[in-house]
Design a protein around this ligand. Structure first.
Ligand SMILES: *[C@@H]1O[C@H](CO)[C@@H](O)[C@H](O)[C@H]1NC(C)=O
Ligand SMILES: *[C@@H]1O[C@H](CO)[C@@H](O)[C@H](O)[C@H]1NC(C)=O
Length: 221
């Protein structure tokens, strides 16, 4: 019986602790530095907290991003790589600018869910669920002020379907969400994935795969 109460208490404790995806910090802050001294940790080394100053927590001038590129979109990330004070905090953001018909192509974040808020314009957005859920598409047209969430690890995209430019801000649940752009990863990998793998996977002729592998897969971030 004692063991049972212990187990109940343990479960209650476990469920009262909220876990963000990144590990929780164990101090006020841990401003990232690049000095690895040849040793690598999960995250970044911290600067001496006594030497931290306001600029470690500051990023100047978020956009607008230049959308003159083949996709007509530009992602300006503010992750721990751009803002060292984000180290251990489990959050980051990005600004996304879109020219008319500009596309942020299908991609996923291996380490973060994403909350998108439209500041200007009209976006057609969506994500696709996993195989277990039969790859359902969840899509929506968003206008200024609308918010949409893309669950962690799922493929998603945004297309500007309005007449003018569009601007969105994405909040991400990791200091370093990571990006895998599907077309770039599959057809633009270095070195290329073998033709046999891709022809079987996509059920098309080799010529089509060769054509796709020859494209320049633009990276908009
Ligand atoms: C750390 O290294 C990255 C990439 O080399 C660089 O962009 C960044 O400015 C560096 N940060 C600091 C605080 O030195
Ligand atoms: C935007 O990018 C294009 C293409 O790289 C370049 O020609 C242009 O000067 C850039 N515009 C600005 C305002 O930086």
């Amino acid at each position: 019986m004692k063991a049972f109460y212990f187990l109940v208490a343990l479960l209650a404790l476990a469920s009262s602790v909220a876990f963000a995806y990144d590990p929780n910090p164990l101090q006020d802050f841990c401003v990232a530095i690049n000095d690895t001294k040849g040793v690598f940790v999960n995250g970044r080394f911290c600067k001496d907290p006594k030497l931290a100053n306001a600029n470690d927590f500051f990023f100047e001038g978020l956009g607008p991003g230049n959308t003159s590129n083949p996709l007509g979109s530009r992602v300006t990330p503010v992750t721990v790589n751009e803002l060292p004070g984000l180290n251990t905090l489990g959050i980051s953001l990005a600004r996304i600018d879109f020219a008319p018909r500009g596309l942020n192509p299908p991609h996923l974040h291996p380490r973060a869910s994403e909350l998108l808020v439209v500041l200007e314009g009209t976006l057609y957005v969506g994500f696709v669920s996993s195989n277990q859920d039969n790859n359902r598409l969840f899509a929506k047209i968003l206008k200024k002020g609308d918010v949409f969430v893309f669950p962690i690890g799922l493929i998603h995209f945004q297309l500007n379907v309005g007449h003018g430019d569009a601007v969105a801000i994405a909040g991400l649940g990791s200091q370093n969400p990571g990006v895998i752009t599907i077309a770039n990863a599959v057809f633009g990998s270095n070195p290329p994935i073998s033709l046999e793998v891709l022809t079987k996977a996509f059920q098309v002729d080799e010529d089509i795969i060769k054509y796709l592998q020859k494209q320049f897969w633009y990276n908009n971030s």
